[in-house]
Design a protein around this ligand. Structure first.
Ligand code: ZN
Length: 345
């Protein structure tokens, strides 16, 4: 049986400006907006050889080798994608009535405003932090928003409080002669950490150093420093204490274990998930700190207010919960979910 919410996702919306109808739907390959004859694929999971594909940013869950069709993405995203081994032959940064808007998530991350009507946020953060400016938020009629942290328990502390807290931990460890490893995603979080804690003159994990170099090539003032392989070979890691910025991926756990057993290093993990004790994040590190490249709950609500949309679709994260909260606030909101109706469109 079809759910009412799924049926409503197929209601066509008229855009008076261009007189084009937009239909938004979730497919097995991600979000598709249909505008007249044109299909706009918003961060599809797999490459598509027709219509318009929008790639919001260079986190790997959004990247694929280009396979025809028109690609909209930023220069920064295309450069980072190439460095990460993806093939992009050609792309556009603007096209007709499609405009990309800074989403404040990572370097080059964008949202897409099209038809003067629909705004797709991609991953978004409206809070400025270190060198990253918060997202620019347009008014729109239809908002498709991520809601990774769309539950009220996820309200993050201010960035200056976070920096103060981490500096105090590092100082305490330094007094004991212990090295400290700051762990965050190698693309995005690690660059914020590199910038915020540059006064400790940290070493970088080689993968972080590689991305820091790309950021620097785009004018971001992240200090250059030695990669961990070179530092270890030169015997510099034996001279404790020190600080290092490293990726927080499960596959790299051997690296962290090596650093802990050989150098008695302390780990501090950085993630929005550190805000909740319901998730295992906090248990994997000596310290865990809430720091995210996404909006927290209050910021998501603020984002919606600023967009002032007539219709909201929630995607990624707490889609049911956040849509329910928005409905209570008087908005017309629903999760965008896959439907068996796809076959009939
Ligand atoms: Zn992302």
């Amino acid at each position: 049986m079809l759910r009412r919410t799924n049926l409503a996702a197929y209601i066509s919306l008229t855009c008076p400006h261009l007189n084009l109808a937009s239909t938004i739907k979730m497919t097995s390959n991600g979000i598709v907006a249909i505008q007249g004859e044109t299909r706009v694929h918003l961060d599809p999971k797999r490459a598509i050889d027709n219509g318009i594909t929008f790639v919001s940013h260079a986190h790997v869950d959004h990247l694929h080798n280009q396979n025809g069709g028109l690609l909209l993405t930023s220069r920064q995203t295309s450069e980072i994608a190439k460095i990460r081994g993806y093939q992009i032959q050609s792309y556009l940064e603007e096209y007709e009535n499609y405009s990309m808007i800074d989403s404040g998530h990572i370097l080059g991350a964008k949202g897409l405003l099209f038809g003067d009507d629909v705004f797709y946020t991609g991953d978004i953060c409206i809070r400025g932090r270190a060198f990253m400016k918060g997202a620019r938020v347009p008014r729109c009629k239809t908002l498709i928003t991520e809601c990774t942290f769309g539950m009220p328990e996820y309200v993050f502390p201010r960035i200056d409080e976070t920096v103060e807290k981490v500096n105090a931990i590092i100082s305490e460890m330094y007094a004991k002669g212990k090295p400290v490893i700051l762990l965050g995603y190698e693309l995005g979080k690690a660059q914020i950490l590199s910038y915020l804690f540059s006064h400790w003159q940290p070493y970088y994990h080689d993968s972080v150093k590689r991305i820091n170099d790309v950021y620097r090539s785009f004018g971001v003032e992240i200090k250059n420093s030695m990669g961990h392989t070179e530092a270890e070979k030169a015997g510099l890691l034996d001279k404790k204490p020190w600080v290092m910025i490293a990726p927080n991926l499960s596959g790299k756990n051997n690296f962290v274990q090596h650093m802990k057993s050989k150098y008695d290093a302390i780990t501090i993990g950085f993630s929005g998930w550190a805000q909740s004790s319901r998730f295992a994040f906090a248990r994997g590190h000596d310290y865990s700190i809430a720091l995210s490249d996404h909006c927290d709950y209050d910021e998501l609500v603020e984002l919606v207010k600023q967009c002032s949309p007539e219709k909201i679709y929630t995607v990624h994260g707490f889609v049911e919960e956040f849509a329910a909260d928005l409905s209570k606030m008087g908005y017309d909101a629903q999760p965008l979910q896959e439907s068996s109706l796809d076959d009939y469109l």
